[in-house]
Design a protein around this ligand. Sequence first.
Ligand SMILES: [Zn+2]
Length: 114
Amino acid sequence: MGDYSSSTLSSATQQQRGNLVCYCSVDSPLVTAWTDENPGRRFYGCGRYFQRRKCKFFRRFDPEVPDRQKKIIRGLLKKNDALRKKERTHVSIIVILGVLLLLSFVVMCIKFAN
Ligand SMILES: [Zn+2]
């Protein structure tokens, strides 16, 4: 797993329920892997995939992606993560500027009231 997984991505995300049943007799979900080796590749996993007790049920859904495409996907994920971080910084700056503007307005109101 790469460092781009810090925001919304985890090593895998669940997309929908499939019509397969795992060894626990639970509906097998279609899961998307977000590992370095299989970024965005979907598979059917254990119905308890996100719980502690899970079986080893595993069935590929998407075919193998060429290495070049994996590299491109990893690059895009990193860029996306970097942009999200930048966006959070910008939102923080806007909030701080808003508070400062409000404070200066309050100070001016107090000055002109006297
Ligand atoms: Zn299972």
